[in-house]
Design a binder for this molecule. Sequence first.
Ligand code: FES
Length: 80
Amino acid sequence: MKIERCVCTQRPFAGLLEQARADGLSLRQLAETTGASACCTMCGPYLRRCYRTGQTVFTQLLDQDDEPPTSPRDTTPHRS
Ligand code: FES
């Protein structure tokens, strides 16, 4: 099983990361702008990890506790 998008917004993590990079969005701004992780919140740990590490496809289930919550330090998306 591959997890690669926010189901609620139908936005792939890869596209969300690209938008954050292009628009210079913090993690909080990315969520506010796109709605990803703001509806059911299930994709929150994936989006946070994506933003911080650049990983856009996941093969393991993540719980909310598997990735630290959004913080004011999340101002710059990972660049490969
Ligand atoms: S799956 Fe992303 S907010 Fe629901």
